[in-house]
Design a protein around this ligand. Sequence first.
Ligand SMILES: [Zn+2]
Length: 417
Amino acid sequence: MDSSRWICGEKDEILEALPLCVEGAPSDPTCPFFQKAHPIGLNMNYRTRLVAARGLGMDWVRQKPSFSPITPKGLSPARCAALSPSARTKAADTDKIRWQEPPQSTEGNIAMRTMGVVSVILSLVVSAAITRSALAQDLGPRVEKLADGIYVHTGKGFDSNSGIILTDEGVVVVDTGQNPIESRDILATVKKLTAMPVRLIIDTEPHADHTTGHFVFPGAIVIAAEGGGASMRAADLAAPDRIQRLAATSPEMKAALEGYRFIAPHIEYHDRMTINFGGRTIELIYMKGVHSESDSAVWLPRERVLFSASAFVVNQINVLRPFVTIPDILAAGKMLKALNPEHVVPGHGTPGTVKIFDDGEKYYALLMDRVDKSMKEGKSLDDIKKELTMPEYSSWGSQDRMPTNVEAAYKALGGKL
Ligand SMILES: [Zn+2]
């Protein structure tokens, strides 16, 4: 394997991980790991290792601001100075590190323990190299990079979208896909991007087409707005054979459901939550009455990426449930636009910009206008539902949801049910 790659890190971590070489025989070239470990410094820092492994390349790893080059005994500062970009390039030329399986040691516990650590590191190096080559591969037409380390996995047609956010501490997934086939595709995408595990899942809403696949990411903590768990449990109780029916839709779906478990949010927040995780700041904003019982916008202020949930969907009539109101939707749109996002990923439909909210506002303005006229003509809600058309939006999907839209407009205009 090509080996002009290295990782640098902090002294303590190296001392901890390489007692045999650094403490025991720092300058002993016969130390089995000396050549591998020393040319620049092999960092055993979990975070840094994983950052490297995520495919940014093993030949440079982003450092924490507090980083200072290591100079363990026997390793000259000059070689550590290879941390500067120019020295790094130079070192890459002169210090080709050849990664190999370490020779078997029989020197007792410390040696064996070290061997274990180094083996793990080596396998990580191998997997990072694989990750890197995978990175060169196409992530597929449904995965789009929005910002450094932030991706959207778009659903087929009007299926739900998912976000993939890489951090220094692991991966954050926003919604786990339309169904478990999609969830596994999202996981496969994550694996192409990084060797890190999925640590957090954020639900923009509790509906099954965003949450059934949580089990595909075992160990991840699921976070949602207050009411998400109650909504999921109620839906589960209302359709106890849901998973069986889903499995019956195709052999692929049955296979993807292997190991299914119902996983409701572990953490629910009220109103707003800020997550500082692995160098990212992620803000969750509860939106009342826009789609489900528990809708969250997921906002990355530094990267200006917004996962806007299903308050607005693209080129599709949204279903407006009885507790959803058009004023709440419009207020949410205003609030989301004020964040000034560069990228907007709706719960469903093609990702874009704040134009998604503008388009939605225009649609609701026209709808309200028409319903208002009909009401002034003295028509009943039932008549309006039957008669009202929106030919400007005939190309939008899910036209069967129009009556729920008419009813919401009717209520917003003061009509009594
Ligand atoms: Zn939904």
